[in-house]
Write a new protein. Structure first.
Length: 300
C-alpha cells in the first residue's frame, strides 16, 4: 500500500473514530448535509462507521431555496440509497412566515438567513450535536475549530474559549440548552477529500465535473446563470467551460474555469492550485472576517 493510501486510511480511521465518539457521548446527534463533497464524504464515513446497520441519526439539510437542481436531485437519490432519515430546514418557509427578512437588490444572498433556520431546526429536533464537514484548510476562521466545538445556549461560538483535545480525548459535557458542532474531517485537505473520493469510488454531483454553462462574471467571481440570479443590466451572459469546487447557494457559489472532467484531472488541478476552494465564494468576500462573524452567530 502506498504512502498516500496509508495517509488516507489514517484520516478515514480518525474520522470514523470521531463519529463513533459522537454516537457514544451524545443522546441525539445529527449530521449536517449540504450536498457538497465534504458532507458526502462525511455521510460515507458515517455509513462505514455503523455498517451493516444504517446511520443511526438523521441528516439535516438547510435548504436556501436557491440550490442547484442537481444538488437536490443528488441529495434525494443518496437518501434513498442509504435509507437515511432526512430533515430539511427551509429558508423559504422562514421568509414566508416572517421569521427572517430576505435581502434585496442584485447582490442579495440567502446565506446569512441559513443561521437562524439552522438554529431553529436544531432546537426543534433537540439535537445536542451536529456533525459537519468543515475542514481547517478551507478558511482561517475554520482553522480555529476543534473537533468538538462547543456552542452556548444561543448557538454561538467563542473562538477564545475552546476546550483542549490532548491525545484525541474529546469533552462533550454541556449544560442544558447548549450543543456541539463536530468536525470529523478537520485535518483533511481538499486534495485529501478528492483522493479519498477516488479511492472509495464515491458518487458526487456532476457539478464538480467540467461542463458548459451560461455564466456571468461579477466582481471577479464567475456565477452560473440560474432563475435565482438577479442579472444587472450591463452584465453579459457567456457560455463557459466550468466546474465547481464547492457547492452552496447558487447565487454566491463561484465556478472555476476548468477542463477537468474526470477524477484524475480534478486531482491534478487541485494539487496545482494556489487558491482555496472558498476563494470564489461571493459571500466570503463581503468582509475580511465574514466567515468568523457568521460562525460566532451560529453558522455551520
Amino acid at each position: 500500500m502506498s504512502k498516500s493510501i496509508n495517509h488516507l486510511r489514517e484520516l478515514e480511521s480518525e474520522g470514523i473514530y470521531v463519529i463513533r465518539e459522537v454516537a457514544a457521548q451524545f443522546e441525539n446527534p445529527a449530521l449536517l448535509f449540504s450536498g457538497g463533497k465534504d458532507s458526502i464524504v462525511m455521510t460515507h464515513l458515517a455509513h462505514k462507521a455503523f455498517y451493516p446497520g444504517k446511520i443511526p441519526f438523521p441528516l439535516v439539510h438547510i435548504d436556501t431555496g436557491h440550490n442547484f437542481p442537481e444538488t437536490i436531485a443528488f441529495r434525494d437519490s443518496l437518501m434513498d440509497k442509504l435509507g437515511a432519515k432526512l430533515v430539511v430546514g427551509s429558508v423559504q418557509e422562514a421568509i414566508d412566515a416572517g421569521k427572517v427578512v430576505e435581502e434585496k437588490g442584485y447582490t442579495a444572498l440567502r446565506n446569512g438567513l441559513q443561521t437562524p433556520v439552522l438554529l431553529e431546526t436544531l432546537e426543534i429536533g433537540k439535537y445536542d450535536a451536529a456533525l459537519g464537514g468543515a475542514r481547517r484548510d478551507e478558511e482561517k476562521a475554520r482553522a480555529k475549530e476543534r473537533f468538538f466545538s462547543h456552542r452556548d445556549e444561543f448557538g454561538q461560538w467563542d473562538p477564545k474559549n475552546q476546550r483542549p483535545e490532548l491525545w484525541n480525548l474529546f469533552n462533550g459535557k454541556k449544560n442544558v440548552g447548549e450543543h456541539f458542532r463536530i468536525f470529523p474531517i478537520s485535518n483533511w485537505t481538499e486534495l485529501d477529500v478528492w483522493q479519498y473520493i477516488a479511492l472509495e469510488k464515491i458518487d458526487i454531483p456532476n457539478l464538480y465535473m467540467s461542463h458548459k454553462r451560461d455564466c456571468v462574471v461579477r466582481d471577479g467571481v464567475i456565477l452560473a446563470v440560474t432563475p435565482f440570479l438577479n442579472l444587472k443590466p450591463d452584465e453579459k451572459v457567456e457560455e463557459m467551460t466550468v466546474r465547481f469546487r464547492t457547492i452552496g447557494d447558487a447565487t454566491c457559489t463561484g465556478a472555476t474555469l476548468s477542463d477537468a472532467a474526470d477524477m484524475d484531472s480534478i486531482i491534478k488541478e487541485v494539487a496545482m492550485t494556489r487558491q482555496t476552494e472558498r476563494g470564489g465564494r461571493a459571500d466570503d468576500k463581503r468582509s475580511e472576517t465574514s466567515m468568523e462573524d457568521r460562525k460566532k452567530l451560529g453558522y455551520f
